[in-house]
Design a protein around this ligand. Structure first.
Ligand code: PDD
Length: 287
């Protein structure tokens, strides 16, 4: 049974209730995180918490917990849910709170709604080019908003793009802006490899500052054996890349071998993927 946390109380997930006047429900007015724990060890816990605190501050939602208090709360929730499996994800959702009416303006004196629950996640993929799940993607113009750096619970733009990929039998949708430049996936960041050099779009308002992306960049730079650049990446470059990867807390580094029905590179999982995945795997619990 999944134990959830709602506004200071632990309770069975199916008993958790919020008001329909909650602004998270009415407006998608909130911030969220998804954090993986493998055998009780988190990946990027403090960076996730810091991104969340930063997101709350950007949209002016009151944050009543220090980063250390958040860590204790989430670690406790994971411990309470150990019967769900060895590998767990925790979802954290903070909405602006419950108002007395529907009104666009931020209400004064409402307490944010804090909701967290844990769920089983799959074991990490093997670092084996022949066994890892190969992703198949479509590409489509990024029609979300101009504030993609905020991890907002208002995900309809992402959901519509994800569904475009899903309903056409693919795993994800890769997004590009009006200038034909790669932004990210509908629920993940993106990397390409050409002639041994890894490239990923720069961090700006067009993409989420992914924690997995950050760990990959930092661990690859610390290792020093692979070349990595943060720069503008065009869709022409994506289509001519030797390798494409999508990354997130749940996917880790997923190799993409098909894009818009055509093979990426030679259509097989690349050797740079394997090297990068090994570097990331060796470092991920340090973040
Ligand atoms: N998605 N970009 C978008 C649009 C995302 O939704 C996500 C994560 C990422 C990767 O971020 P991170 O590495 O911090 O997980 C990039 C989460 C997992 C989700 O919505 O379920």
């Amino acid at each position: 049974m999944s134990i959830a946390y709602l506004n200071g109380e632990y309770l069975p997930l199916e008993e958790a209730r919020i008001s329909p006047l909650d602004r998270g429900f009415l407006f998608g007015d909130g911030i969220y995180e998804v954090i993986p724990y493998y055998n009780g060890k988190s990946v990027g816990l403090m960076p996730h918490i810091n991104r969340m605190i930063n997101g709350l501050s950007i949209i002016e939602i009151k944050n009543s917990h220090t980063a250390d208090e958040w860590k204790t709360l989430l670690d406790d929730l994971i411990a309470k849910n150990s019967d769900l499996g060895e590998n767990l994800g925790v979802y954290v959702h903070i909405s602006r709170g419950t108002d007395t009416k529907r009104n666009h303006a931020y209400p004064e004196n409402v307490e944010p709604t804090i909701f967290c629950f844990a769920f089983g996640i799959k074991s990490p993929e093997p670092a084996d080019r022949t066994k890892v799940h190969q992703y198949s993607l479509i590409s489509t113009e990024d029609l979300r908003w101009q504030r993609c750096h905020i991890k907002s619970t208002a995900l309809l733009g992402n959901v519509i793009h994800y569904q475009e990929g899903h309903s056409s039998g693919n795993d994800e949708a890769l997004l590009y802006n009006a200038k034909g430049e790669l932004t990210e996936g509908s629920s993940c960041n993106a990397f390409i490899v050409k002639d041994g050099v890894i490239s990923t779009p720069i961090q700006d308002n067009q993409i989420l500052p992914g924690i997995t992306r950050r760990i990959i960049i930092d661990s690859i730079k610390a290792d020093g054996s692979l070349k990595l650049e943060e720069r503008t990446v065009t869709m022409d470059e994506v289509r001519n890349a030797d390798e494409v990867w999508v990354t997130s807390s749940s996917k880790e580094i997923a190799p993409v071998t098909k894009l818009d029905g055509k093979p990426v590179g030679n259509g097989e999982v690349g050797e740079i993927w394997e090297k990068a995945f090994n570097i990331y795997t060796a470092a991920k619990f340090d973040y």
